[in-house]
Write a protein that binds this ligand. Structure first.
Ligand SMILES: CC(C)(COP(=O)(O)OP(=O)(O)OC[C@H]1O[C@@H](n2cnc3c(N)ncnc32)[C@H](O)[C@@H]1OP(=O)(O)O)[C@@H](O)C(=O)NCCC(=O)NCCS
Length: 207
């Protein structure tokens, strides 16, 4: 059988992505994961490993990578594209995304999230449940804005950075590549690449 949506990664985030695809009307959803004991209690089963998906990616209408690790998600997405996979961009029907924003291939915008005018979202990005990305923000490839995090206007988030659950980022600041903003942090000034910050105001804990 072919067609439908293949989701690589059947853990918690994978199930959220499948639920989003289901709400969008995808009729056939198939997980791939190197673990076989995942995705229990869902209507969707694990059809094979990541390697299996690489071998048959082009047989699916679209593929999405639902792996939580930002770097890994991006690497897998690029690898799948190189073998002919078409990348899905999933925007939950109850997310609010401006028609004057851009959401890149392989990115997901989950229920309750808002992406406002002028925002540019790269590939393999997660804008998670109830997160807001305001006007003119730029999210580079592989970023994850976790549930309930809020980016004010004009924020730029570097490649593969993580904005933790409930964090807040001040307008026109820059979060460097591979940075990690902790849960609930309040970022009031730009953060260098690779830093891990927590608290209000956000301060570095260690590289
Ligand atoms: C910031 C974070 C990455 C640090 O994780 P870590 O490197 O494992 O660090 P630790 O848990 O060992 O904590 C190190 C110190 O920072 C403190 N700390 C950790 N996270 C913190 C946070 N979000 N706010 C304030 N302090 C925090 C810890 O209390 C600890 O302090 P201590 O040294 O005085 O005991 C993690 O705590 C976090 O906030 N992750 C975000 C999770 C998230 O967004 N999940 C969404 C899933 S969709």
């Amino acid at each position: 059988m072919s067609g439908g949506l293949a989701i690589l990664g059947a853990g918690g985030h994978g199930r959220v992505v499948a639920d989003c695809a289901d709400a969008l009307g995808w009729q056939r959803i198939v997980f791939f994961d190197d673990r076989h004991d995942v995705a229990l209690e869902t209507p969707w089963s694990v059809a094979g490993s990541g390697e299996d998906l690489m071998a048959q990616a082009s047989a699916f209408d679209a593929v999405v990578v639902a792996v939580g690790n930002n770097r890994m998600r991006l690497e897998l997405l690029l690898a799948l594209r190189s073998v002919g996979a078409r990348l899905a961009t999933l925007i939950h029907p109850r997310a609010t995304v401006s028609g004057r924003s851009v959401i890149g291939p392989g990115s997901v915008v989950i229920a309750g999230a808002v992406v406002n005018i002028g925002a540019r979202v790269g590939q393999g990005v997660i804008v998670n449940t109830g997160a807001t990305v305001d006007h003119d923000c730029v999210l580079e490839d592989g970023v994850h804005v976790a549930p309930g995090a809020h980016l004010a206007g004009g924020v730029r988030v570097g490649k593969e950075s993580w904005i933790g659950v409930g964090a807040v980022v001040r307008e026109y600041t820059f979060v460097g590549e591979g940075a990690f903003v902790g849960a609930g942090a309040v970022v009031v000034a730009s953060i260098d690449a690779g830093l891990k910050v927590v608290g209000n105001p956000a301060r570095q804990i260690r590289r």
